[in-house]
Design a protein around this ligand. Sequence first.
Ligand SMILES: Cc1ncc(COP(=O)(O)O)c(C=O)c1O
Ligand SMILES: [Zn+2]
Length: 418
Amino acid sequence: MSNFVRGLKCRLCGKAYPKQPLNYCEDDFGPLEVDYDYAAIREAVNRGKIELRPFNMWRYRELLPIDGEPTVGQLVGGTPLVKAHRLAEAIGVKNLWIKNDAVNFPTLSFKDRVVSVALSKACEFGFTTVGCASTGNLANSVAANAAQAGLQTYIFVPHDLETAKIIGTTVYGAKLIAVKGTYDDVNRLCSQVADRYNWGLVNVNLRPFYAEGSKTFGYEIAEQLGWRTPQHVVSPMAGGSLIGKIHKAFHEMHKVGLLDREPKCKIYGAQATGCNPITAGLKAGSDSHRPVRKPNTIAKSLAIGDPADGYFAIKVMRETGGWGEDVNDKEIADAMLLLAQTEGIFAETAGGVTLAVTQKLLAQGRIPRDEEIVICITGNGLKTQDAIANIVEQPVIIRPNIDDFAAVLDGAREPVLV
Ligand SMILES: Cc1ncc(COP(=O)(O)O)c(C=O)c1O
Ligand SMILES: [Zn+2]
C-alpha cells in the first residue's frame, strides 16, 4: 500500500516534523497533527472502491496514518447509523439518526477506532509496551487490543472509576494503575512516564496518530447517509478531540472527492455541567476552555477538567455555526432511559449527556426541529449501570404460579411471601 503521509506538522505554527512518536512542537508546544498528501489521496480513492471493501473503519485506510496493513483492530468500526423514528417523535424533531458506537467491536466504545490506529502505529515504531491515560473507555480498548496484539500494557486511570471499566481493563491482563487524583493528574503523570520509559502511550507520544482514528466516525456517518453530511451533528466532548475529527472528516471527504458538496454541517458539543470546561469557555465568549479543577459528574468518561483540544473544539463549534451546552446528572440519567425506551439502545452516561444536550439545544431554538440531526452515541450503558440503577423500575417478584402473575396484570400486586 502506498503511503500518503508526509509527516507531522504543528497545529499552531505549521512547523514540519518527520513521522515519529512525538505530540508537541519544540518551538511553541503546539499539538502536532498528521500531514497528508491530499492530491495523491484524491487520485487513489473513490466511492466505488471504498464500497467494495469490508464495512469497518479501514475502508478509509488512505486517510489514516499507518504505513502498511493495519495490524491491530482490523475489525473495528462499521457501526450502525440508526434512523431513530420513535426518539424523533419523543423529542419533537423530523429527521434524527443515532450513530451507534455503543456496539463498536471489541470494547463497545468509539475508542476502539483511535486505539486501532495508535497500536498499529506503535507496532510500526517497534514499541513492545504500550499504555494510556484514561477516563475508562480508552483503558478498556487499549487493554483488549494490546492483548490481541501481544503487547505489554500499563494503563493509568483516576482511582474512582466505575467497576465495569476497571474489570473491563484488568480482565485482559493489563497492569492497571489507579491514581489518587483527577484525570488531569493522571495525564501529567503519563507525560512523565513517556519521558522516562520508551513506551508507546497512545494519547501522549502517539497522540497525533491516535486522534486520526476518530475521523472514521465522521466518514461512516457521511457514507451511511448516502455520501453527504447531515445539517447538524451533536458530539460529546471530554478532551475535545472527537468533535474536531468529525468536522475534519467531512471536509477531507470533500477535499478528496468523496463528497460532491462542501459540507455545511453545524457541529454541537455536549458536556456534563459537573465538568464543563469547554462549554463554559464557549458560553463565556472565550477563545479557550475554562479548566475545571474538581470534576463532579456521573459522566466519568467525559470528566476531563483541562482538555487538550478545548481550544480547537470551541473553534469548530463557532466556525460551523453550531453551539455547546451542558446538562446535570438528572438530565443525563433521564436521557439514558429515554434513548433505551424509545430506540432500544442502552448508552453510557456520555450518551445521556449527548441526548440531553440535544434536547436542551432544541428547546433553546439553537437546533431547528425540522432539519436533519445526527446524535453521536459513543459508549455502552452496560459499563455505567450505577448511573441509572436507582431510577429504573424494579422487577416484580412473584411465586411461580399463574394467579400471582394474573394479580400483577390486574394491578393488584400481592405482597410476596419469600
Ligand atoms: C464514551 C465517550 N464518549 C466521548 C468521549 C470524548 O472524546 P474526546 O476526548 O475525543 O473529546 C470519551 C472520551 O473518553 C468517551 O469515553
Ligand atoms: Zn509550533
